[in-house]
Design a protein around this ligand. Sequence first.
Ligand code: PMP
Length: 364
Amino acid sequence: AARVARGSQEAVLITMAEGALFPGRKVIVDNVYDSFADAVGNTPLIKLTKASAETGCTIYGKMEFLNPGGSVKDRAALYLIEDAERRGLLKPGGIIVEGTAGNTGIGLALIARCKGYRTIIVIPNTQSEEKKQMLRIAGAELVEVPAVPYRNPNNYARLAGRLAEQMGAFWANQFDNPVNRLAHIETTGPEIWQQTGGKLDAFSCAIGTGGTLSGCASYLRSQKPDITIGLTDPAGAALVHYYNHGELKGEGSSISEGIGQGRVTKAIGEDFKPDVALTISDSEGMEWALQLLEEEGLCVGISSGINVAGAVHLARQLGPGHTLVTILCDLGTRYSAKLFNPVFLSSKKLPSPTWLESTEVSPE
Ligand code: PMP
């Protein structure tokens, strides 16, 4: 293995000797960073045991919840800020304004702390209290607005644009700023390619802004033109029908947050098209999120559950023996009051964590 400079240290491999509690266990030490920015990305892949066993494939989840701000969106946040600095759109003491379902805002606000910017976040009031609380803790100023579609001028993303203009602030504009996609072309995609040693048959995930799917697809296709790229979206999103039939049309609804897009954003790009596009129900996504927790100790949000369910569908289409990667976007604790609340889940007719139905702990 190569020794590479990273932060202020080189990566070092230590193998536990005979006589250790776990002989042969490998410890890779490469985690001394000079800043928050250095700590973004380079997340591990984890083999999803049950999803792999059920399909005869090897399905990996990219552990994006291990980013320092807790989600895949730290990557876009860092690129959006550093690109704006380079272009002179963001100057010392400047203001960042963004419309976000929360995770991008959390990344922006934390990076803004490191760099001395002020952050104003426009967020639909339907998003989880846990994300809003984290935004406030990070020091963001919140503008909570009713959730209305993009065609309405008061949509959170459009409102953020107007607010930024009025204030002379920088609008990160994750939905239509191609720098969002670039973050995944330059970091997530190459990491996945390296981590799988190029032995990768498919990559799939849902779309929020589309930066993750379109950016990873762009890099991975440049390395392996015949790789299968899958869009696995929640109910209500319009892009599955668009890529399958040429018309933006969504049916149903989803409790998921941060995914489910109604238009072709510039972060996706007109040049992008998935090979397969599938809709995944909330109950299937929730089932996988609960199974990951119960059987593999992974406490992820429902967008990750939908991604894993989607990868399982794609693996079945491809047949046994293939290697697939999907994204574990953030932690389930960002949605505790919904995802781990049996009353809420049963009101939505969704599978519930059985171990939470009784909170009494018996002493025996
Ligand atoms: N999952 C969650 C929880 C998110 O917050 C987001 C970002 N909106 C995504 C998935 C989708 O990522 P992207 O914006 O890159 O499509």
